[in-house]
Design a protein around this ligand. Structure first.
Ligand SMILES: Nc1ncnc2c1ncn2[C@@H]1O[C@H](COP(=O)(O)OP(=O)(O)OP(=O)(O)O)[C@@H](O)[C@H]1O
Ligand SMILES: [Mg+2]
Length: 213
């Protein structure tokens, strides 16, 4: 497959969506709109978006954690088949807003289902398709949550309401993944001003893919 698969990870409020928006715009300038694809996890295809609605619905606070984990994996499976694989075959750069690492950190560690167990159900879902590069936006949990509370109080969803310790557990799991997969995962200090974060992300992408940026 000719394309490039890049995922963006990090705790809530790290700045993933803000960073990707700029990266996407700049890459579209460089390569043309048709060569760049933005994908939001969970979601990104019609069926996956419908699963996302169920996951984030405020009336579903009683959802069983394993149900939640399986729904995330199901959404991801559909995304791989209907969007990512065709995009890579068409030579596109795919910018994925969350992927498997999110499930490991949120469901595996945060909800205590076990990082290894979550990796296994996701292996079944993705059938080996991992990103070549993962940009991990690292931020202290409190700062990430403060950013969300400050800028997006109208959009706080079910998962944002979890307590601070949950987010700290998530961050520790991300850091563990980063230490275990240093070739794939690159850590960026996301507490910097947005422009500096974007600059670091571009340099990191260029280091891996010398024809980008
Ligand atoms: N480097 C930054 N400095 C200050 N504020 C920032 C920075 N990056 C993002 N923000 C602001 O923080 C809020 C959260 O950013 P964003 O939505 O991009 O995070 P996210 O990682 O996508 O979060 P989520 O996981 O909840 O989707 C936004 O209001 C955004 O404007
Ligand atoms: Mg986001």
């Amino acid at each position: 497959m000719d394309g490039k698969f890049i995922s963006f990870e990090g705790p809530d409020g790290a700045g993933k969506t803000s960073v990707i928006r700029q990266i996407q715009e700049d890459l579209e300038q460089q390569l043309g709109k048709e060569k760049v694809m933005y994908i939001r996890e969970p979601g990104g295809s019609r069926i996956s978006e419908e699963i996302r609605q169920v996951l984030f619905d405020n009336k579903n606070t009683d959802m069983d954690p394993r149900t939640e984990a399986l729904l995330f994996a199901a959404s991801r499976r559909q995304l791989v088949v209907s969007e990512i694989v065709p995009g890579l075959k068409a030579g596109k750069v795919i910018l994925c807003d969350r992927y498997v690492d999110s499930s490991i950190a949120y469901q595996g560690a945060g909800r205590g289902l076990g990082e290894q167990e979550i990796w296994q159900i996701n292996q079944f879902a993705i059938n080996g398709l991992m990103p070549e590069l993962t940009i991990y936006l690292d931020i202290e949990s409190k700062l990430g949550l403060e950013r969300i509370a400050e800028h997006r109080s109208d959009q706080v969803n079910r998962l944002d309401k979890e307590k601070l310790t949950f987010h700290q557990t998530v961050r520790q799991s991300y850091l563990k993944l980063y230490n275990a997969h240093p070739d794939r995962i690159k850590l960026i200090d996301a507490s910097q001003p947005l422009a500096s974060v974007i600059k670091d992300v571009k340099m990191t992408i260029h280091d891996r893919f010398s024809d980008l940026f």
